[in-house]
Design a protein around this ligand. Structure first.
Ligand code: HEM
Ligand code: HEM
Length: 281
């Protein structure tokens, strides 16, 4: 809402807001979005401090305690990037880094929810080794990678640092890689629910995201080019496109984690010549 409403510099100072660390300014015009965004950011930061501390105290899995700290580090860096983009008048690389780190933080939080869920903790995973190449796990990692590139290209356009076409052209590659991944998951492992569900969701979200992308394009670039101020259809379309983009990335991360758990990659063992069984020759 801050970016789509062009409200990024409505509050010109940081870490204070109009000179105060705690007073809530009059929430008018762009200040409504920018200051509310800071307050929600602070709330998210506070919750993350509790989350990291609680995880550190009660969690037995060491890597989960580290993940809690990673969430905390990410949210702190996110706040600092938010502040820096204000202090330097919204440079595209800093605003885009703020946009990309936001989704990284979201993915860490979602992964922590998955790892602490009852299913994850109680379930005995049914494991099937994946013999295919590229493996499904490789495909999920590739999906995450192309989604990040798409996120950065979209953010650079949204923050006036790049033209729109690299993002739109790259969307073709994203659609191809994600469709390949989903079709592989759904045709080879339809019986594994933990893999099937995120794969179906990912495919549905890609389709929705493409439709929203075209709507964002129409309202921002075709119709909204000469608009004197942000118009409601453009705000709704772009905000929905950014939000579904975040859901899509998080769903793909969950799919990758579930594939890693349920369908690990099978490695062929190659023994040195001397150790081979002579009777097999
Ligand atoms: C948990 C903390 C935070 C999260 C998760 C977060 C997330 C986000 C997201 C997702 C956007 C939209 C990016 C886009 O549209 O491309 C954004 C924009 C923005 N955020 Fe934050 N933010 C946080 C904290 C802060 C803080 C503390 C500030 C302090 C000033 C801040 C300032 C801004 C500004 C100015 C923009 C608009 C940038 C522009 O229009 O170029 N954010 N934030
Ligand atoms: C599956 C494919 C796609 C994904 C994952 C995706 C994702 C994103 C994300 C995450 C952003 C915002 C980045 C940020 O600042 O936080 C964005 C911006 C944008 N995307 Fe996409 N996108 C996709 C396809 C498309 C397509 C096909 C179009 C147009 C035909 C499109 C048009 C746009 C536009 C116009 C913006 C900027 C919105 C604005 O200016 O406020 N996207 N995209």
């Amino acid at each position: 809402m801050v970016t789509s409403n062009d409200a990024g510099l409505s509050v010109p100072d940081w870490p204070t807001s109009f000179g105060s660390l705690y007073k809530i300014p009059k929430l008018v015009g762009g200040v409504k979005f920018e200051h509310t965004h800071r307050m929600i950011g602070q709330g998210a930061g506070l919750l993350t401090i509790i989350l990291a501390w609680w995880t550190w105290v009660v969690e037995k899995r060491r890597w989960m305690r580290i993940l809690g700290l990673a969430a905390l580090g990410t949210v702190i860096a996110q706040g600092v990037l938010g502040g820096l983009t204000v202090l330097f008048f919204l440079p595209p690389p800093v605003s885009s880094a703020h946009a990309a780190l936001a989704q990284t933080f979201f993915c860490i939080a979602v992964a922590m929810a998955l790892f602490t869920g009852r299913r994850w903790v109680e379930e005995q995973p049914r494991v099937e080794f994946d013999q295919r190449r590229p493996s499904l796990f490789t495909l999920t990692l590739l999906s995450i990678f192309v989604l990040y590139v798409q996120l950065i290209l979209g953010a650079m356009f949204r923050h006036h640092g790049l033209s729109w076409w690299p993002h739109v052209v790259h969307a073709v590659l994203v659609s191809f890689v994600l469709a390949w991944t989903a079709v592989r998951a759904l045709t080879v492992y339809p019986q594994i629910e933990a893999v099937r569900r995120p794969a179906v969701l990912m495919l549905s979200l890609v389709i929705a995201q493409l439709c929203l992308g075209f709507t964002a394009f129409l309202t921002r670039i075709s119709w909204g080019r000469d608009a004197v101020q942000p118009e409601l259809p453009m705000v709704l379309a772009t905000v929905a496109h950014v939000a579904v983009g975040a859901l899509l990335l998080a769903t793909t991360v969950i799919l990758a984690i579930q594939v890693w758990r349920h369908v690990p990659v099978a490695f062929e063992e190659t023994l040195p010549e001397a150790q081979r069984d002579p009777s097999a020759a």
